[in-house]
Design a protein around this ligand. Structure first.
Ligand code: NDP
Length: 286
């Protein structure tokens, strides 16, 4: 861009139950090491991404923070999420962990702070949620939420605190659609963030006829069709890529629309028995 300013792409904003808005598309950073994050997060910001998803676990918060500073984009135009790792859920460790993340990011606040996994065997996620509720009342956190929570975990949070999260960030892609937790959240105003939106590349979306045919019909790639399917279903997504042309490709999904029939064909791809899951089981992951 000739004037060296970077313009936000035309990404819809969704309202959260906290009163804040979130850009429906962002950039994910799982398995992007810190030096790489510095390069590719900056590239994403220059292309128009304004929402970055990271976590203490990813080991790249320094790189994410460096990219944000290098971009020169005003803080209030960005949406930054980080997460509390499973071994920091007890006592006041969540508060300490948040401060460490803020220090690594070089930020005064995060837009969204999530409990990364319920890790139910540890018996600490309700404590962590109470800590996040009080952090949400400070100026270090704008919105609070959870990740990988199933209905049973959400019901426990609600029963013990009366407070629902702004989002649940869950594994969600064509072969694993998690309809039970999605419906529970939709009925209660909790936004769904879909992690692994492309199935983490663990199955070939380009070989699935419903996806391949829709891509051909719209002159788009299979990844763009799958991301567009998420957007039209109301999911928040942040595909990860360390390839410049794919980072750009993943942003170019707001200039076409899948038909109801094309959506329905992708909706039908979940085998329905849980065998499409590519990540850990939230009931047992620690
Ligand atoms: P994704 O579904 O985003 O898939 C990433 C893979 O797809 C990479 O191998 C990438 O390769 C490839 N890819 C990206 N864009 C394209 C494209 N246009 N065409 C073809 N291949 C493509 O998986 P993630 O696990 O990264 O999920 C996204 C984000 O969700 C994470 O980065 C993280 O922020 C979050 N997440 C959260 C979890 C949680 O427990 N809360 C768990 C896992 C992820 P390449 O880089 O070479 O382009």
């Amino acid at each position: 861009m000739a004037d060296h300013t970077h313009h936000a792409a035309d990404v819809p904003q969704l309202a959260l139950n906290s009163g804040y808005d979130i850009p429906q598309l962002g950039y994910g950073t799982f398995k992007v090491e810190s030096a790489q994050a510095e390069k590719f997060v900056l590239e994403a910001l220059q292309l128009g991404y304004r929402h970055i998803d990271t976590a203490a676990l990813y080991g790249n918060e320094e790189g994410v923070g460096a990219a944000i500073r290098a971009s020169g984009i005003p803080r209030e135009e960005l949406f930054v999420t980080t997460k509390l790792w499973n071994d920091r859920q007890s006592g006041d460790q969540p508060r300490q962990s948040l401060q460490e993340s803020l220090d690594r990011l070089g930020l005064e606040y995060v837009d969204l702070f999530l409990i990364h996994w319920p890790a139910p065997a540890n018996g600490q996620f309700v404590n962590a949620w109470k800590q996040l509720i009080s952090l949400g009342d400070t100026d270090t956190v704008r919105s609070i939420g959870v990740s990988n929570f199933l209905v049973e975990h959400l019901e426990q949070l609600h029963a013990e605190t009366g407070r629902l999260p702004a989002v649940d960030q869950i594994e969600l892609h064509p072969r694993h659609q998690q309809r039970e937790v999605v419906q529970w959240c939709q009925e209660r105003g909790i936004r769904i963030e879909a992690w692994g939106p492309l199935g983490q590349g663990k199955y070939d979306i380009a070989e699935i006829p419903a996806i391949r045919d829709a891509a051909a019909a719209h002159g788009k790639t299979p990844a763009q069709v799958v991301l567009r399917w998420h957007i039209q279903n109301g999911n928040i997504v942040f595909p990860k890529s360390v390839n410049s042309s794919r980072i750009r490709e993943n942003l170019e999904i707001f200039d076409f629309e899948l038909s109801d029939a094309q959506i329905a064909q992708i909706d039908a791809l979940d085998p329905g028995d849980g065998s499409g899951r590519v990540g850990h089981d939230p009931r047992t992951a620690n």
